[in-house]
Design a protein. Structure first.
Length: 281
């Protein structure tokens, strides 16, 4: 008998919701998804809207859902069945999106983390940046706004750079000062953006090295996963640091946490059913 689960990932910048059907053979089928930028709105309201949206898209009602799991900052969602730590959900979701992944690098609005995983998506080790770090999505968005660049233009502009200049500061506030100084010195926008990407990439590669990964593939997840300039910069830094890891992304990378929550929810539901059956026997 198949079951249905919902995963909701409340991040600092967006709320992501997914709905899965787990078939009798254990294979997950992804039925619906929704992503909403928070933009000063109530995350709990967006979580409820996300739940209702994926249910409607799948043609299901709330009574059809066996488990609704949250992750990220969703531990206080009143209608959830259970909550999972975001490290484990991103790991599991990353391996679902790219079964050959050896690591998952989640670059969120406020921080970044590198997670070394096995083939099942189990966390082997991890390393995180601090919330002050200039390697986050919010930092890059702030810089783009200052430069008058749309978010979708950042990647292509960065890749057109000819003489990038790296930010020296790890702290986001000081790094923003570095950027202001670059602009005042007439550094072209593509070179500024590529320098920021290289600085971010350098920190990401250092995080990966600390996890112990030696080779393989790292899936980039989170809001910056589709930034082509950042992916290219990470690959450059991998080569410079002689790290034999290939950085890739996926069109649905932003949903990794929500996917992992839905899949872990299905696993916990099955475990609870087994325990109940054993106790009743």
């Amino acid at each position: 008998m198949s079951i249905h689960t919902i995963g909701i990932d409340i991040g600092s910048g967006a709320v992501k919701s997914v709905l899965f059907r787990i078939d009798d053979d254990g294979k997950p089928q992804w039925l619906a998804k929704r992503c909403e930028r928070i933009r000063r709105r109530d995350p709990m309201t967006l979580a409820e809207e996300g739940r209702d949206s994926v249910l409607a898209d799948a043609g299901l009602g709330i009574d059809d859902i066996e488990y609704l799991a949250t992750t990220g900052e969703g531990e206080n969602v009143s209608f959830a069945t259970g909550h999972f730590y975001s490290m484990t959900t991103h790991a599991r979701g990353g391996v679902f999106l790219h079964p050959g992944a050896n690591a998952v690098v989640d670059i969120g609005a406020l921080n970044g983390r590198a997670i070394y995983v096995d083939e099942r998506g189990k966390v082997l080790s991890y390393k995180m940046t601090s919330q002050c770090a200039s390697g986050s999505g919010q930092f890059l968005e702030n810089i783009a706004r200052y430069l008058g660049v749309a978010v979708e233009e950042i990647g292509p502009l960065s890749q057109s750079a000819t003489n990038p200049e790296k930010c020296s500061s790890i702290c986001a506030v000081l790094a923003e000062t570095d950027v202001i100084n670059m602009v005042s010195r007439g550094i072209p926008t593509p070179d500024v953006l590529k320098g920021i990407h290289l600085s971010m990439a350098s920190r990401i590669v250092k995080l990966l090295k600390v996890t112990g990964i030696k080779q393989g593939t790292a899936l980039i997840t989170g809001g910056l996963a589709l930034d082509s300039g950042l992916i290219a910069a990470i690959q450059e830094e991998m080569l410079a640091e002689k790290v034999n890891v290939n950085a890739i992304n996926h069109p649905d990378s932003i949903y990794a946490g929500a996917i992992g929550a839905a899949l872990w929810g299905a696993f916990r539901h099955a475990k609870l059913n087994t325990l109940q059956a054993e106790m009743a026997a």
